[in-house]
Design a protein around this ligand. Structure first.
Ligand SMILES: [Zn+2]
Length: 453
């Protein structure tokens, strides 16, 4: 996008990054190859190395002032609906970049909430300097080699990026803190690809359990072990066209201030969240997509639920066909070697908790444009059992001593198909359609009683 280039690094670091001098280099003369000779190499988007002896991950940074996406998530959760730390829960997505000053390497998050969309560089700089940025983490360049540096990445990964301790405290479960001696890098989910680097850590929080929810779900409530995931991802190209938001559209959206806006126009710009979709043949009334939108189902979903979720989610293909796209929306099983947290896979995840809770649909979006990069549906597994019990209560099938009637399960699965479509709808960028509730329930984005999301 045009405005992805608007944010320039502050002068202090620009000097250090564009004109590195001998005096700015750290003292070590060791090469990256020598330092990592005994480590396991993971070549990819950001090359990294696993030092098994020390239990550390080292990151090679070869691009400074180049923006990329950083996403964190909770890959393995606590299992309590009341606490709310679900398996697969998305954290925050951020546009970030590495900047450098001497031996110091900083991971900087520019501020995309305030922009000046103009060719006037000074005007852009006036906005860029007016609002705070956020440095997410600071590293020391342990080895410097030309334009590349090697940093110890372990402390960045082994922190409570998802806010687990805050969540435990805010839900009255007690005061917990991260125990480094019971935490470690988790290599089975640490992988590298050409356009994304994936890291995972096992973290243990220790403390004095105060609440009953942790006692319900944690085997030793004074030690709560979860896993957190970090993804560094290449940003999408500039060919996506943001679509202006109209509040009547029913879409979720993103907004920012544009201080270059003419005085007579609204300063806040709003765009909808949506997936990128282009026709192979733009002139055809019905065309296949250049790149179809593919959603993947959690292979941990058992039958007959699996078939119900696949069918319900697939209903969306009818909507895309009505909009002129052939087979543009597809639903498949997640391949065995794919990581559910990998942002390249839209995911419908079947999530267990000890009590019945909400299902929800979220997404990873490009903060610059509103483009949905990953749709992520969380379906609570107990809901289908609750619907079965509701059906049981409504028709009293045991009056004549008969076994459970098949209609009970059929109703529960029918509701699950609707729920699958509903939550996928949220991840396609759509909000609730309450008008449909009094319009022959014409949209799956309505919220039918007695059990909504
Ligand atoms: Zn909903």
């Amino acid at each position: 996008m045009r405005y992805c280039l608007l944010f320039v690094c502050c002068c202090l670091f620009a000097c250090a990054t564009t004109q590195p001098t001998t005096s700015a280099q750290p003292a070590t003369q060791e090469s990256i190859a020598a330092k990592t000779a005994k480590m396991q190499a993971f070549p990819g988007f950001f090359n990294f190395y696993w030092d098994e002896k020390a239990g550390e991950i080292w990151l090679e940074i070869d691009q400074f002032d180049t923006e990329f996406l950083y996403v964190n998530s909770l890959s393995a959760g606590v299992g309590s609906n009341d606490i709310g730390l679900d398996r697969g829960q998305l954290g925050q997505e951020r546009v970030v970049k590495f900047i450098r000053s001497g031996p110091r390497v900083l991971l900087l998050q520019p501020n995309y909430g305030f922009r000046a969309e103009t060719d006037n560089e000074a005007e852009r700089q006036a906005v860029e300097e007016a609002f705070a940025k956020s440095v997410i983490w600071g590293f020391k360049a342990e080895v410097s080699e030309g334009s590349k540096v090697l940093v110890n990445f372990t402390d960045f990964l082994m922190r409570d990026a998802h806010g687990v301790a805050d969540r435990l405290r805010n839900t009255g479960q007690g005061s917990y803190r991260l125990d480094a001696s019971r935490s470690a890098c988790y290599l089975p989910r640490t992988k590298n690809f050409p356009q994304n680097s994936e890291f995972e850590v096992l973290l243990t929080f220790t403390g004095d359990p105060q609440g009953r929810y942790v006692r319900q779900v944690v085997p030793s409530p004074d030690a709560i072990t979860v896993r957190q995931h970090h993804s560094f991802v290449q940003l999408p190209d500039d060919n996506y066209r943001p679509r202006k938001m109209d509040v009547r559209s029913g879409f979720f959206g993103m907004s920012y201030y544009d201080f270059a806006t003419p005085i007579s126009q609204p300063i806040v710009k709003r765009f909808i969240n949506r997936h990128r979709l282009e026709k192979k043949d733009p002139m055809a009334a019905l065309s296949e997509a250049v790149e179809p939108i593919v959603y993947y189902l959690d292979p941990g979903t058992p039958e007959p639920i699996r078939s119900a979720l696949l069918e319900g989610a697939s209903w969306w293909n009818q909507a895309f066909e009505a909009a002129g796209y052939k087979d543009a929306f597809q639903v498949k099983m997640l391949p065995p070697d794919a990581d559910p947290m990998d942002v390249r896979y839209n995911l419908i995840q079947w999530v267990h908790r000890s009590t019945r809770g909400w299902s929800y649909g979220g997404s990873v979006t490009d903060p610059r444009t509103g483009e949905i990069i990953k749709g992520k549906v969380t379906l609570g597994s107990l809901r289908v059992r609750q619907d079965f019990l509701i059906a049981q209560g409504l028709i009293i099938p045991y009056e004549n001593g008969t076994r459970a009637a098949p209609e009970l399960e059929q109703m529960a699965l029918a509701r699950l198909r609707q729920l699958s479509a509903h939550e996928v709808g949220h991840t396609l960028g759509l909000a609730h359609n309450f008008a449909a509730s009094v319009n022959n329930r014409a949209s799956v984005m309505t919220t039918p009683i007695p059990t909504c999301c």
